[in-house]
Design a protein. Structure first.
Length: 324
């Protein structure tokens, strides 16, 4: 499989299977949560409690674990990391300027804005980059975790806190940021990584095992909240958001990246960072911060399913023209 993907020939079916194998497990976890809720094996109260647990414990440890995996001396150009960082801020700023003009409800505004700038790079980044470049270059993908995860969470808190009430309260926003457990998970992981602290193996094992629970449980809870009939009510928002998340944002950001001279593994990592579906944690955060959790969950579900096609097309296109 590796020879076909990385050699002279590029076989569409194998690239498609590559992305499907990443996307399908996410979809099946959501489907399991939906099936259990429909069967009455879990109820809304239990799902709400599990969501809170994911937000307060498992996701912070998952973020911490992701950063602890990054080697401080990983080879990655500061230029590509800065582009990932400031590119995310630019997408968030443009979204914050445009979305409120067309969406009237505050709870939906924050959710849509967050969905547009916050991708699922933490889940897609390393596996896809390693599949495209199996001979190495994993340092760039790993370091991009450090550049994107903290800013995703900081901007997510700012956006959701801004639209949580009826007006912008700077002090309340700052308090919300400082109290957010996801941010502290990033701070702890980054500090330990930079200080090159080696944790005891028993503690590392606990962090790893708890961190591994985050995405599956978040996806299970997401599936348990999905109302298929509600997809029709949110059709326009979901159509706009899915198009922009999977096509609009990557088209603009990758065109700029190409013009700036990014090629090879750096371009591929930026493609994954800006072209991945909505982050699972965007649903969890919206549910805990009075956003429209129904819409947030639907955004994750729809973009995750459609990303198997969009990501495949991007890999096939850019691989075919020799950008990486």
């Amino acid at each position: 499989m590796e020879r076909n993907i990385h050699g002279n020939g590029v076989f569409p079916i194998e690239l498609l299977l590559l992305t499907v194998n990443i996307v399908l497990p996410l979809f099946l976890m959501m489907a399991t949560g939906y099936a259990f809720r429909r069967a009455g094996l879990v109820d809304a109260r239990l799902i709400k409690g599990m969501n809170k647990l994911v937000f307060q414990l498992f996701l912070p440890l998952s973020l911490m674990q992701s950063l602890l995996r990054v080697q401080p001396d990983s080879v990655a150009s500061p230029k590509v990391l800065l582009y990932g960082l400031f590119g995310t801020i630019a997408v968030a700023a443009v979204s914050a300027a445009v979305v409120p003009r067309f969406v009237s409800e505050n709870a939906r505004r924050g959710v849509i804005i967050q969905g547009l700038f916050r991708s699922n790079y933490a889940i897609f980044g390393i596996p896809l980059s390693e599949a495209i470049f199996p001979q190495g270059d994993g340092g760039v993908a790993a370091m991009m975790v450090m550049a994107t995860i903290p800013i995703y969470n900081i901007l997510g808190v700012i956006v959701l806190e801004t639209y949580r009430g009826g007006r912008v309260d700077v002090l309340k926003i700052l308090k919300g940021i400082l109290k957010n457990p996801l941010l502290w998970g990033c701070v702890a992981g980054f500090t330990l990584m930079e200080c090159r602290v080696t944790l005891p193996s028993s503690l590392t094992s606990v962090i790893t095992k708890f961190g591994q629970v985050a995405s599956p449980l978040a996806l299970f809870c997401l599936g348990g909240t999905i109302d298929i009939k509600a997809l029709g009510r949110n059709r326009r928002s979901l159509t706009f958001m899915s198009f922009m998340r999977l096509i609009g944002v990557p088209a603009v950001m990758l065109a700029v990246a190409y013009a700036m001279g990014f090629r090879g593994v750096e371009f591929a990592v930026l493609m994954i960072a800006f072209g991945s579906p909505c982050a699972v944690s965007s649903y969890t955060m919206a549910a805990q911060m009075d956003g429209d959790a129904e819409l947030a969950g639907q955004q994750v579900m729809i973009t995750t399913v459609l990303s198997s096609l969009s990501m495949f097309l991007m890999i096939y296109l850019f691989k075919g023209v020799g950008i990486f």
